[in-house]
Design a protein around this ligand. Structure first.
Ligand code: NAD
Length: 502
């Protein structure tokens, strides 16, 4: 894919204008309180915009507008084929504005421009296109009852759906929820993360241009404990679908219990084990892929393989290859298309990530690489790729989700110990095993409690497969046709056919 040069991106960044008001009922408006928060670029500390900081009053307005749109059926009563056409037009507009959306994403949260264009924007457009295509191919059911009755099993939209999302893939995490929610006829209120609100607001504008009726898709930027909490506690939100940390996911269960028992879907954190066994023929190849997967997106991936569980006999070779591969991830200017490692999302997160270096030292791990800031004169938030070697699974760096470019290498004796170690965590999002022994591959992949297991690969991805976690990594699945279940209620309608009263 041909990309503009670094210089061209920098020039475009100078003249880029941002939508920064909330989108409520088809209008861009200030927060009722007039409050804003600053969007600061982690690439160099520049001020991008003052974003409307929505509070309870704004959330009430957004939910009321979504409710009115749902009740008058301006979207939900359109045939699936009509909704499909509008959502496909939305996907086309996202692709048409690829460079602008990618630039917003890179400036706002620091990821390399090559990733914003080839991963974030592409996958966001694909997601809307896929659910648009799917929705007029899903049939309802007739139950196999006796022939005097007809029992219809139909799907209906939930009504008003709220989506609260994180900052690591701002547009894409929103798309995973908004696309199936809109395709199934719901009205939506989206709350982006305060670290990365700008692309969601531009998406809202493009949705209007595509023909999604006013009030059907609202975007309410705001601070989590204010705007997010107000959505969670709202009595008129029918379903709330969240991606973010396990800690905040638990709040949403509490909010639902304290309010109207709204349906809750949670896509949460991970501490994914990546088991590398000596029975795999290409140990260096596996180590290289593992390095690419932990350092991609600056390690800010829920599925990041942050625990490399390796057989002792190959530990040194593996660590050496990972350290060599990390040289390709020296942090650079995110606007340079050659850069593979950009900035972390903000100063606060950077300080938290770096605090794990001291934790690793205190616990007795070896710092095999990095552990320090990079590009300090840039004014941005850069951390060198970091490898902790000789980690045990009880150390802090093996237990807590770091969400940065930091890998913990945990040596084990054999596959059995590897599986025990892999499962010794409260998370269960993703895992991998590398081996050429089919029986071991099957035994290990079956033995691991995780929603996604990769065998001899990592981070394969496709919109057609469900995505989500076991244990404290979440409830429910995004992506694939399984996501449709979250945004619809099943209704059974009995019809007596013979007209008799019995
Ligand atoms: P976070 O939990 O801090 O924030 C996520 C969202 O919740 C934001 O919109 C935030 O404003 C809101 N929020 C924060 N506190 C809140 C509160 N008290 N009440 C209501 N809303 C609140 O997560 P983050 O730092 O933005 O993202 C990183 C986390 O997301 C990691 O744990 C990562 O693993 C997870 N994640 C999971 C997936 C997945 O699909 N499983 C995907 C991406 C990220």
């Amino acid at each position: 894919m041909e990309l503009p040069s670094a210089q061209e991106w920098r020039q475009r960044a100078e003249t880029l204008r941002f939508r920064s008001q909330a989108l409520i009922n088809g209008q861009f408006v200030d927060a009722a309180s007039g409050k804003t928060f600053a969007a600061v670029s982690p690439t160099d500390g520049r001020h991008l915009a003052d974003v409307a900081s929505c509070g309870e009053e704004d959330i009430n307005r957004a939910v009321a507008s979504a409710r009115a749109a749902f009740e008058d059926k301006r979207w939900s009563s359109r045939s699936p084929t009509e909704r499909k056409k509008v959502l496909q037009q939305f996907a086309r507009l996202i692709t048409k504005h690829r460079d602008e959306l990618a630039l917003i994403e890179t400036l706002d949260m620091g990821k390399p421009i090559a990733d914003s264009t080839s991963v974030d924007v592409r996958a966001t457009a694909d997601c809307f296109d896929w659910y648009a295509e799917a929705i007029d191919k899903i049939y309802d059911e007739i139950a196999p009852t006796d022939d005097q009755n007809l029992a219809l099993i139909t799907r209906e939209p939930l009504g008003v759906v709220a989506a609260v999302v994180p900052w690591n893939f701002p547009m894409l995490m929103a798309a995973w929820k908004v696309a199936p929610a809109l395709a199934t006829g719901n009205s939506v209120v989206l709350k982006p993360a305060e670290q990365s609100s700008l692309s969601a607001l531009r998406l809202g504008e493009l949705a209007l241009e595509a023909g999604i009726p006013e009030g059907v898709f609202n975007v309410t930027p705001g601070i989590g404990p204010e705007a997010g909490r107000a959505l969670g506690l709202h009595m008129d939100v029918d379903g709330l679908f969240f991606t973010g940390s396990t800690q905040v996911g638990k709040f949403f269960m509490e909010y639902a219990a304290k309010s109207n028992l709204k349906k809750i879907g949670l896509e949460l954190g991970g501490k994914s084990p990546n088991i590398l066994l000596s029975s795999y023929r290409d140990v260096e190849g596996a180590a290289k892929t593992s390095a690419n997967s932990i350092f991609f997106n600056q390690g800010q991936m829920c599925t990041a393989p942050s625990r490399l569980i390796v057989e002792k006999s190959i530990q040194d070779r593996v660590v050496q290859t990972i350290v060599e591969t990390a040289a390709e991830y020296v942090p650079g200017d995110p606007l340079d298309p050659a850069t593979r490692m950009g900035a972390l999302v903000d100063e606060r997160h950077t300080a938290r990530v770096l605090s794990f270096v001291d934790a690793a030292k205190e616990d007795g791990a070896t710092i095999a690489l990095g552990g320090d800031r990079a590009r300090e004169d840039s004014g941005g938030c850069y951390v060198n790729p970091t490898v902790f070697d000789n980690v045990t699974n009880s150390m802090t760096v093996a237990r807590e989700e770091i969400f940065g470019p930091m890998l913990s290498v945990i040596p084990v004796e054999d596959a059995d110990e590897a599986v025990r170690t892999a499962n010794d965590t409260c998370y269960g999002l993703a895992a991998a095993v590398w081996t050429d022994d089919l029986n071991v591959a099957h035994k290990v992949s079956k033995g691991i409690r995780a929603g996604l297991v990769y065998v001899n690969c990592y981070d394969c991805d496709d919109i057609t497969v469900p995505f989500g976690g076991f244990k404290q990594s979440g409830i429910g699945r995004d992506k694939s046709l399984h996501a449709i279940d979250k945004y619809t209620e099943l209704k059974t309608t009995w019809i007596r056919l013979n007209g008799s009263a019995d």
